[in-house]
Each structure stands twice: as C-alpha cells, then as structure tokens.
Design a protein around this ligand. Structure first.
Ligand SMILES: C[S@@+](CC[C@H](N)C(=O)[O-])C[C@H]1O[C@@H](n2cnc3c(N)ncnc32)[C@H](O)[C@@H]1O
Length: 311
C-alpha cells in the first residue's frame, strides 16, 4: 500500500486573498490560477447546489449517505464534508444528529441561510494543499461531486490518501460522484456531455469519476468493507417531482458550465444558449437518466504517525 508519505502535495500554498473573485459574463468565479475548478461560485450556484442536494437525496431514497454510520452519528462523531458547497448537507445532518460535530471545508465562503448551529464550523481552504486537520481526527469523511476539483493523479495521490489520513481507524470515508453523460440518446444533451468530456480530458480531470471511486478506495489499501451503490435517476420528462427537479438542475448545470462548455465547443454565447435550450426541450419531452454512485469504506488501522499531519 502507499503510505501517508506518498500524498502528493503542491509546493507552497496559495492563500485566499481580497482579489479572490472575478466576474465573467455576470457570474462570479474563484480566481485561483492553480485550481482546476471552472464553475462559478455565487448565489445562483449555491441555489443550484441546494436544489441538486434535494434532487440527489431523493434519487437515493431520501438518504444523505450510504455508509453504516447512523448509530455512530447518533452517539456523537466528528464529521468532515470536503468541498461542502452551499453547506446544505452539513446543516441538514447537524440538525438530525445534534450529538455530532460537523466541519464543512470549501474553497469558497459558505453563505449561510440561517444562524450557524453550534455543532457546525466552515473553513475556507484549498484542498489541493491537503487537508488542514490532524491525522485520525474524524469519524466520517464525506466528499460529493468533486469531479471538477481533482485530476486523475490527484484523486489517487492526494484526495483519497488525505481522506484516509484524517479519518480515525475504524472510521468511514464516503465518496459520491456521477456519470456526466446523461443516458437517453438526446442529440443536444449528448453534445453538451461530449463538450464536458473533452474539457475534462484537456485538463486531466476524470469526466465521470463515479465509475472509479470504488476502485480508488479499494486500490488505496487504506480501507476495508468497501461498498458501492449506483442509482439511475430520471432527468425529465415532465410529470414527476424527481424528474422535474432533474430538469431544473441540468438547466442550471449547463448555465453554470457555459463559459467552459462554449469555449470547448468553440461556439458563440448565443449559439451555446440555443444548444442548451434545445437540450432542455429534449429533457422535458423525452427525458434522460442520470447515473449516480456512492462508494464507502472503513479505514484500516495502519497507524499514521504525527509528523505526517498536514496542519
Ligand atoms: C460541484 S460543487 C459540490 C458541492 C457539494 N459537495 C455538494 O455536493 O453540493 C464542488 C465544490 O467544490 C469546491 N471546490 C472546488 N475546488 C476546490 C478546492 N481546490 N478546494 C476546496 N474546495 C473546492 C467548490 O467551491 C464547490 O463548492
């Protein structure tokens, strides 16, 4: 197995500063030249992430995670959500499990819709610098939809080893990702999926890491009891609550990805809008399927030592 020392960390840290945002075409982006992340972070995106949270939760039968940690969280545990986005997952679980303590980490500040509960903290941090926590300090580490955060190498040499490092022996790590290509044979939906896949390839990202996350956990050799669950979630046609949530989410995904996808497709802003509108009509009329995956595993006690802490 790769020891903790094999964690790939970047040389030097990039601290967030006052010039950390830039506005492009009415959307706010994080300005960080060494981040892979290309989506906006603004109120519109936070609202999309909230909607997507509810949609994916419905898709997994109303559950927020699949690892067998319910009893642990009821008793009281320390939980980390890496790339926590709008913070909804953290806030929801903090209410459901008042004996547990929740930490949400994200590059972007979380805009709280309500007063922060006492059992929650949020940290602004770039996960490409590693995780700013001591080894063996969380009972459950969760990371959802970080497909545009890590390159293939970073998944296996940085993300998974860091998640393992900060998890207590016997604690759990859960990853959730999806297949970016919606299934259904809709012409314009497929064009947008292909553009994402081309962009991902050009950046060394994995277009659809949902198919890899279980192997990442297994092959890291940090985990035992590794499990996997896959759900096929409807995105349209109109007619059911979940399918209509899916349409709204994907409409907003394509809006959020406009800068990246229109550049990759080499089409004008107007042409891109027309393709996205046609894709939306296809979803409303015919519908597609979105494949989502969760993989989770329990950390084996290999005994990480203190001088490997990244704090
Ligand atoms: C697609 S969103 C997913 C958010 C959340 N996990 C969810 O499921 O709703 C990806 C998140 O990763 C964050 N992110 C991107 N690059 C990051 C980095 N280098 N370090 C920490 N967070 C990052 C973004 O700000 C964004 O909130």
């Amino acid at each position: 197995m790769g020891g903790c020392c094999s964690v790939m960390r970047r040389k030097g840290k990039r601290f967030l500063n006052v010039n950390k945002f830039e506005m492009i075409d009415g959307r706010r982006y994080q300005r960080l030249d060494d981040s892979n992340y290309a989506l906006p972070n603004d109120i519109e995106e936070e609202e999309r992430l909230d909607l997507q949270h509810n949609y994916m939760k419905l898709g997994f039968g109303g559950t927020n995670f699949s690892a067998p940690v319910d009893a642990l969280l009821r008793r009281g545990a320390r939980v980390l959500d890496v790339g926590c986005g709008s913070g909804t997952w953290v806030l929801e679980l903090a209410k459901e499990y008042p004996n547990s303590y929740f930490v949400g980490l994200d590059l972007a500040p979380v805009i709280l819709p309500e007063k922060k509960p006492d059992n929650v903290e949020f940290t602004e941090y770039n996960v490409l610098d590693g995780l700013p926590y001591k080894s063996n300090s969380f009972d459950f580490v969760f990371a959802r939809i970080l497909l545009s955060v890590f390159t293939r190498a970073q998944w296996t040499e940085l993300a998974v080893p860091e998640y393992a490092r900060v998890t207590k022996p016997g604690g759990w790590v859960e990853l959730m990702e999806f297949d970016e290509a919606l299934k259904g044979g809709c012409e314009n939906v497929d064009r947008l999926s292909k553009a994402w896949s081309d962009f991902a390839d050009s950046k060394g990202l994995i277009a659809s890491p949902g198919y890899d996350i279980c192997d990442f956990l297994k092959q890291s050799n940090y985990f035992t009891n590794v499990n996997y669950e896959e759900r096929h979630i409807p995105v349209g046609p109109m007619g059911s609550q979940i399918a209509e949530l899916g349409i709204r989410d994907w409409r907003d995904v394509w809006r959020a990805m406009k800068l990246v996808l229109s550049t990759t497709m080499q089409v004008s802003s107007e042409h891109y809008d027309a393709i996205a509108e046609l894709a939306l009509q296809e979803l409303m009329q015919y519908g597609c399927t979105w494949i989502n995956m969760r993989a989770w595993g329990q950390k084996i006690d290999y005994g990480f030592v203190a001088d490997q802490d990244h704090i």
